[in-house]
Design a protein around this ligand. Structure first.
Ligand code: GLA
Length: 382
C-alpha cells in the first residue's frame, strides 16, 4: 500500500522538478490508552502505523520554495523569509510552521521543492498532521544538514502545530510518528519524553479501528479549553502538571472549583493510572483487564472529560453489547474520528458487518473500518 504511494509521489516530483528527490515516509499513529494525559506530563501508549505521509523533497536554486500536495493537486509557492501562518491555509500551515520553527532555532534551510501525499484518513484522529510535520522536519534536517536529533525534531513539529495550526497539542503524536517501532507500542512518559517499547500481540484478539467519519467543529477550541482547565487546576494545587496530583489532592480543593472542572481533572488523574495498569496487564497477557480499562477510559472521556460525541458513544455501546469485543474507546482528541476496539479475531468479520449496518441505521451515514499494523517511525526510503 505504501510502496504505491511512495512511487506516485516520487514520479510526480520527478515529472515536475526534473531531479531525483530524497524520499521520506512518516507514519500516523494509534493510541492504545492515555488520552489527553500527554499535556499533563503523564503517560500515553501510542504506536506508529502502516499509513502515513510520503514526501519527495530536494534543494532548489529558484528564488522561492514550492510544495505540491498530490492528493489535493494544490501547489503552494512561498518565500522562505518572512513566513507567517495563512488564514484557512490548511496543509500549508503545517509546512510553513516547520520551516518557521526551524528558523527560530537558528537553523537555516534554503529553498526546496517538495511533493507529498498521504493515506491516513483525514480527521480520523490518526495524526496525519504530525506525520506531515515530521516528514518535512526530517527531510529538511537531512537535506540541509541541520544537525537536529529526533528529540529536537519532534519539538519543532509540535511548535508548528501550536503556532501555525493553533492547537496546543501535547507531544504524543509527533513522538509516536517519529519513534515508532515495528509490532510495538510505546509506553511514553511525557514528562521525560522517553519511552519503553512493548511488543504487542493480543493473541486471539486484534485491534480494529472504526471511523465515525465525522469531525465536529468544536475540536480545536475545545482542545485548548481542556488544556486551560488542567493548567488552572494544577496552578491551584501548586504543582507543575496534573501528573503530580492524587485524587486526595484534588479533593482538597474540590470546594474551590466547579464540578465540571473537578471531573475533568479527576479524569486525567484516573486515566494516567489506567495507562500504568494497562502496561501491567500487557505484561500478564490479561486481555480482560485490557478491555475493561478501555471501556473505563471511554466512560471518562465521554462523561467526565466531555470530548466524545453521539457517533463515538454509539460505537462503544455496540462494542459493549457484543460478546466478541473485550474493550473499546474513542481515540485521539475527540469530537469525532475513530474508536479503537479489541475484537476476537475469529469474529472480526461478523462484528464488522454488524456494526457497519447498525451505524448506518442510526446515523444514515457509513463508518469505515481499518485493521492497522504497528510500524516503524519516520524514516528515509531508499
Ligand atoms: C491530539 C493531540 C495529542 C493528544 C491527543 C489526546 O491528538 O495532538 O497531543 O493530546 O489529542 O490524547
Amino acid at each position: 500500500m505504501n510502496k504505491k504511494l511512495i512511487t506516485e509521489v516520487k514520479d510526480s516530483f520527478k515529472a515536475q522538478f526534473k531531479t531525483e528527490p530524497l524520499m521520506v515516509f512518516s507514519p500516523g499513529r494509534i493510541n492504545l490508552i492515555g488520552e489527553h494525559t500527554d499535556y499533563n506530563e503523564g503517560f500515553v501508549f501510542p504506536a506508529a502505523i502502516n499509513m502515513g505521509i510520503a514526501l519527495a523533497i530536494q534543494k532548489s536554486d529558484a528564488p522561492t520554495s514550492k510544495v505540491f500536495a498530490l492528493n489535493k493537486e494544490e501547489l503552494h509557492e512561498f518565500d522562505i523569509v518572512g513566513i507567517a501562518p495563512i488564514k484557512m491555509g490548511e496543509w500549508r500551515n503545517y509546512i510553513l510552521g516547520v520551516v518557521a520553527e526551524l528558523q527560530i532555532l537558528g537553523k537555516k534551510p534554503k529553498n526546496f521543492n517538495a511533493v507529498f501525499a498521504g493515506n491516513i484518513p483525514g480527521g480520523a484522529g490518526m495524526s496525519s498532521s504530525a506525520a506531515l510535520e515530521n516528514s518535512f522536519v526530517f527531510g529538511l534536517n537531512e537535506l540541509f544538514h541541520l544537525g537536529l536529533s529526533k528529540e529536537e525534531m519532534i519539538l519543532v513539529s509540535q511548535k508548528a502545530e501550536h503556532h501555525y495550526a493553533g492547537v496546543k497539542c501535547g507531544i504524543m503524536d509527533q513522538y509516536a510518528s517519529m519513534f515508532g517501532i515495528e509490532d510495538s507500542a510505546l509506553l511514553l512518559d511525557c514528562r521525560t519524553v522517553t519511552s519503553k517499547p512493548y511488543k504487542i500481540d493480543f493473541k486471539d484478539y486484534e485491534i480494529m479501528l472504526i471511523n465515525t467519519n465525522v469531525k465536529h467543529d468544536l475540536s480545536e477550541s475545545a482542545y485548548n479549553d481542556r488544556r486551560d482547565v488542567c493548567e488552572n487546576v494544577s496552578k491551584r494545587l501548586g504543582i507543575v502538571a496534573l501528573r503530580d496530583a492524587s485524587k486526595a489532592d484534588l479533593d482538597s480543593i474540590k470546594a474551590e472549583i466547579t464540578d465540571a472542572d473537578y471531573q475533568k481533572a479527576l479524569y486525567i488523574i484516573e486515566e494516567n493510572n489506567r495507562v500504568k495498569e494497562f502496561a501491567k496487564a500487557i505484561e500478564k497477557d490479561d486481555v480482560e483487564t485490557l478491555g475493561a480499562l478501555l471501556f473505563q477510559s471511554h466512560d471518562g472521556l465521554s462523561n467526565q472529560y466531555k470530548v466524545s460525541c453521539a457517533e463515538l458513544d454509539f460505537l462503544v455501546e455496540q462494542a459493549q453489547e457484543s460478546p466478541d469485543v473485550v474493550g473499546a474507546r474513542m481515540m485521539g482528541g475527540g469530537f469525532g474520528g475513530c474508536t479503537i476496539n479489541l475484537v476476537l479475531k475469529s469474529k472480526a468479520e461478523a462484528f464488522k458487518t454488524d456494526v457497519s449496518k447498525r451505524f448506518k441505521n442510526e446515523f444514515g451515514t457509513a463508518c469505515s473500518i481499518y485493521e492497522v499494523m504497528l510500524s516503524a517511525g519516520t524514516h528515509i526510503v531508499k
